[in-house]
Write a protein that binds this ligand. Structure first.
Ligand SMILES: [Zn+2]
Length: 465
């Protein structure tokens, strides 16, 4: 479809869903150039507004603020935000129903995190909130030369089966020039098929996880498939990555293979889009929508350089979040960018690194797809998938009281259906899963995959048990 027509379809879709995406986008296009004082005045105004709403409309925040002696008019400057004690995922999990303002606007509803962590987390979103996130994403993509309406291929995951909702979404995606290829499960054959599909579909941008791109490149190379054809002859201009930490090594591997620049973005479903790179490869922060701080994870003191990211969301107050600990290690920057935008910047140093599981049929399954397996069964609070050798996959689960009596069997069944493999699947229930030394949970740990990846470009097919 012609990009302008697709852009119009997107505009109509957003309007039908009650989202003022385009008017927010037009504001963001202006405010990115504002002097810092003007931008900070807007941030303060938004913060004060959300604090008042939280106090007036949610029982959790009213109780929390009363307990800590914070009045709804307590915020006189951006620094006053620091008077709020920190909250974490557990606070959100325990108090979710008391943190929501159901009358905020259209479509206030529950969603669940899918890609960012192995700890499933449910939270509320709304049309207002989604509109802000979509508008920020539109702006970020535009920084790197991709306008909404131009063809974008999502190299992404998809649930086990496509339901009616998904089919409607699929149809809608075609109208707005969004394509989808499953990046969760890769085999050499699939990789060959995908690349043929991409050559025909001619995306301007491909969007996906760094680990999936690197694996695809390795598998393509082993089959002598040249990926640069996509940019030389088929109109590919940009690769955009998200969700995992993009290392310099992976960025170079991806850029060299496709022959296009690679740009990264960073967000958390529960906190919104946080950063997107500009064409100078500086990851700007979405300062109109979030206030960011870093703390020492041990002492909880504010840090000047590297530290754990703490987010306050100042738009779409269906579920206000103040000073929310993300667990990600970042460095915030205030230096001006050569691009001239006044937005601050962020560098991710301790983000998520996903791994793969290799099935005994030789299929590489990306870590995030295990979230779909564990999502289908109630009561799974945390999980970790461990593979010590080909032929055996261990699911370690931490469950709560809603985990069904036959839950273990259900996990086995779901894993078998999803993986389509004959591997031994072992389910173990445990009290807790310890984080890695970096403090991050690793959803998937596979020794065979690590041996075969590890920057090893001479990719050969993994052994079949
Ligand atoms: Zn910039």
């Amino acid at each position: 479809m012609h990009p302008l027509l697709a852009r119009t379809c997107f505009r109509i879709q957003e309007r039908l869903l009650g989202r003022k995406t385009f008017s927010i986008y037009h504001e963001l296009i202006q405010s990115q150039w504002w002097p810092r004082e003007k931008l900070d005045a807007l941030r303060l105004q938004r913060l004060q507004h959300v604090v008042r709403i939280a106090y007036n409309h949610t029982s959790f925040w009213r109780g929390f603020m009363d307990k800590h002696g914070l009045r709804p008019d307590a915020i006189g400057s951006l620094d006053d935000l620091r008077r709020f004690p920190l909250i974490d995922k557990q606070v959100l999990r325990d108090n979710r129903e008391d943190m929501v303002w159901r009358e905020e606007g259209p479509r206030v509803g529950l969603v669940r995190t899918s890609g960012s962590t192995n700890e499933a987390l449910q939270f509320y979103t709304s049309s207002t909130r989604e509109a802000h996130i979509n508008a920020a994403r539109m702006r970020g993509h535009e920084w790197v030369g991709v306008r909404r309406g131009e063809k974008e291929m999502y190299f992404w995951g998809s649930p086990v089966e496509l339901g009616k909702q998904d089919r409607i979404k699929h149809f809608r995606d075609r109208l707005i020039n969004d394509g989808l290829t499953n990046g969760f499960e890769l085999t050499p054959q699939r990789v060959a098929d995908y690349i043929e599909y991409w050559k025909r579909w001619r995306p301007k941008c491909i969007f996906g996880y760094p680990s999936s791109f690197v694996l695809l490149i390795n598998m393509a190379r082993a089959q002598n498939i040249d990926l640069s054809v996509l940019s030389i002859r088929c109109g590919l201009k940009v690769i955009c990555t998200t969700s995992e930490m993009l290392t310099d090594v992976d960025r170079k591997i991806i850029a060299d293979a496709f022959g296009v620049p690679v740009y990264d973005s960073y967000g958390l479903r529960e906190a919104g889009l946080i950063g997107h790179e500009c064409d100078r490869h500086i990851m700007h922060t979405m300062d109109e929508q979030v206030i960011l701080e870093t703390i020492d994870p041990e002492t909880l003191r504010l840090t000047d350089g590297e530290g754990e990211l703490v987010v306050t969301n100042i738009m779409g107050p269906a579920m206000p979040l103040f000073r929310y600990r993300t667990g990600d290690i970042v460095t915030l920057g205030h230096a001006p960018c050569p691009c001239g935008r006044t937005l601050y910047s962020i560098t991710i140093s301790g983000g998520r690194i996903a791994d793969f599981i290799i099935t005994c049929e030789g299929k590489w399954v990306v870590g995030y797809s295990f979230i779909y397996i564990c999502r289908s069964i109630k009561g799974i609070v945390k999980f970790q998938v461990i593979q010590d050798r080909i032929g055996e996959i261990r699911f370690c689960l931490v469950t709560d009281e809603s985990f069904p009596a036959d839950g273990v069997q259900q996990v086995e069944k779901a894993a078998r259906a999803r993986l389509q493999s004959t591997d031994d699947i072992i389910v173990e229930l445990m009290d807790d899963i310890a984080p890695a030394p970096s403090g991050k949970y690793r959803p998937v740990i596979s020794k065979p995959a690590q041996e075969f990846r590890g920057g090893n470009l001479g990719f050969t097919a993994p052994p079949v048990a």
